[in-house]
Design a protein around this ligand. Structure first.
Ligand code: LLP
Length: 481
């Protein structure tokens, strides 16, 4: 991640740090991705839309693979970060497994081309239907679906690689369902190590007494009890302490708890063949520092190298760091207004399209896709002075006071019709988009060496309103007698 920051953050606020952006660059005052000008994409596809840089994602994958290679650690892409089928397919083609948390994500991972044996399935509330579909393709909701193509038969697919169980109740259900299907299901148990990490309270999840996983002392006893079950096989431990991990010392502390427990389980005669350590590291949104791949690899090596030498599989589940910086969201300025002395720029995308600022107070760099290069107004180039810039609020159309992308934000003046780029939007952008206020979901565009493709169309009004229109004529009656 050499591109992450170019200098320490200043405290004056008068200097904007350069942001890391994978393949995005301002060329002669126009934002371009791999040479493709994004004002043209906005014009042709319509806004709001997400743009993803395929080479940027591949570059991140290869860089991470390099530091993981000495441990033969496997990358399981966290589908939730960006479930776009074209994106998941890109990672499947590179050989990534998939980390999934619902039946929908599992089916998506399979459609994207990941083999079932290279998927792991976390989630605290898996239903029987999900577990059945994970173990036996003939229970997949894709049976008979036109979505399955290329001569593949979902009915014939094998069981999922490993279920990351989060409770004893889940393991008991898994055992019962596996027995019914005549298979033995591999599972790991998710550890809650009592160490958390992440950008904010909503995404810090490693504490002991939460819905996620089991604390070490409970987990140890559980493995003993569950080893009596005949149709499930304990394979190891899973852990995920939070997302946007910017402090590797937290990860280091959590790994110490994980490996101590693994040793204790082995001493008690249990096999530990898999150690899955969850999320990848943080990315930089507005020029803040983020851990390097090398530093992350070093922490992993310190704790896990001896397990890897024993043949234990090491799995990592990065999402954000693979896709975050490879994505920008394009949105068009609808109005510029002044109210109470503030300059307010309204755009056609709001929290419906990118909820992170409203939900977490997250910051994203927002900048016009066209800006005068002679003024040096380039957020990607080395730090620039923002002292001469006007400040404004950039807000969306949604009827919520939280629908603000950036407040008191120094930015070149824009006018109605201009296109803005919201940077570092590749992770947890489109995956969390919604149609609140009847705003259709944005389109998604992939830019690759072979060309520019719309990989998800804008949601149509048919699709938005279609499922509810029957209500006008009384809806579908159900007989509960
Ligand atoms: N593994 C598990 C079990 C997870 O729950 C997550 C993320 C990941 C891996 C991937 O984490 P990453 O490498 O992307 O940090 N919506 C929030 C983030 C929620 C993350 C949930 N779990 C946001 O926009 O910041």
């Amino acid at each position: 991640m050499a591109e992450q920051v170019t200098e320490e953050r200043t405290t004056t606020g008068a200097t904007r740090q350069s942001i890391a952006t994978a393949g995005y660059r301002y060329v002669a005052g126009r934002l371009a991705c791999s040479g493709v000008a994004l004002d043209g994409v906005a014009e042709r596809v319509g806004t709001p839309c997400y743009v993803y840089d395929a080479e940027g994602m591949r570059g991140r994958y290869h860089a991470l693979s390099r530091v993981l290679a000495p441990m033969r650690a496997e990358i399981y892409y966290a589908v939730k970060a960006n479930p776009c089928l074209a994106v998941a397919h890109l990672f499947a083609e590179l050989g990534a497994g998939m980390d999934v948390v619902s039946m929908g994500e599992m089916e998506r991972g399979w459609l994207a081309g990941a083999p079932m044996e290279r998927m792991c399935f976390a989630g605290v509330s898996k239903s029987d239907a999900w577990l059945r579909a994970a173990l036996d393709g003939s229970h997949s909701p894709l049976v008979g679906s036109a979505l399955v193509s290329g001569g593949r038969r979902v009915e014939e697919r094998g069981p999922i690689g490993v279920i990351n169980a989060e409770s004893e109740s889940e393991i008991e259900r898994l055992d019962a369902i596996a027995r019914e299907l005549g298979v033995v299901a591999d599972y790991t148990i998710r550890l809650s190590p009592g160490v958390t990490a992440g950008a904010n309270d909503k995404v810090r999840v490693g504490a002991k007494a939460t819905k996620f996983g089991q604390p070490p002392e409970d987990l140890f006893a559980m493995v003993g009890r569950c080893s009596r079950l005949q149709s499930v096989c304990f394979r190891g431990l899973h852990m995920h302490i939070g997302s946007q991990i910017d402090d590797l010392s937290r990860f280091d502390a959590a790994l110490a708890v994980l490996t101590a427990l693994a040793d204790r389980l082995r001493d008690a005669g249990h096999r530990v063949d898999v150690l899955n350590v969850g999320a990848g590291v943080a990315v930089s949104y507005v020029g803040e520092a983020a851990p390097s791949d090398e530093a992350y690899g070093e922490v992993l090596r310190t704790h896990l190298e001896r397990f890897a030498r024993d043949g234990c599989r090491i799995i990592v589940e990065p999402g954000r760091e693979l896709v975050g910086q490879a994505g920008v969201m394009l949105t068009r300025v609808c109005h510029v207004k002044h109210a109470g002395g503030r300059e307010i720029v309204t755009t056609d995308a709001g929290l419906n399209a990118l909820v992170r600022p409203a939900m977490y107070g997250a910051q994203h760099t927002v900048w016009p896709v066209a800006c005068a290069p002679e003024h040096g107004l380039d957020p990607i180039a080395p730090p620039m002075s923002t002292a001469s810039l006007p400040t404004m609020d950039v807000v969306g159309p949604v009827c919520e006071s939280s629908d603000v992308f950036a407040r008191d934000w120094p930015m070149p003046r824009v006018q109605r019709g201009d296109v803005l780029a919201v940077f570092t939007a590749g992770a947890y952008g489109m995956s969390m988009a919604m149609s609140f206020n009847d705003l259709p979901l944005p389109a998604e565009v992939l830019i690759d060496a072979s060309g520019v493709s719309v990989v998800r169309e804008h949601q149509t009004f048919e699709a938005l309103l279609g499922p509810t229109v029957g209500g006008l004529s009384g809806g579908r009656r159900i007989d509960l007698s």
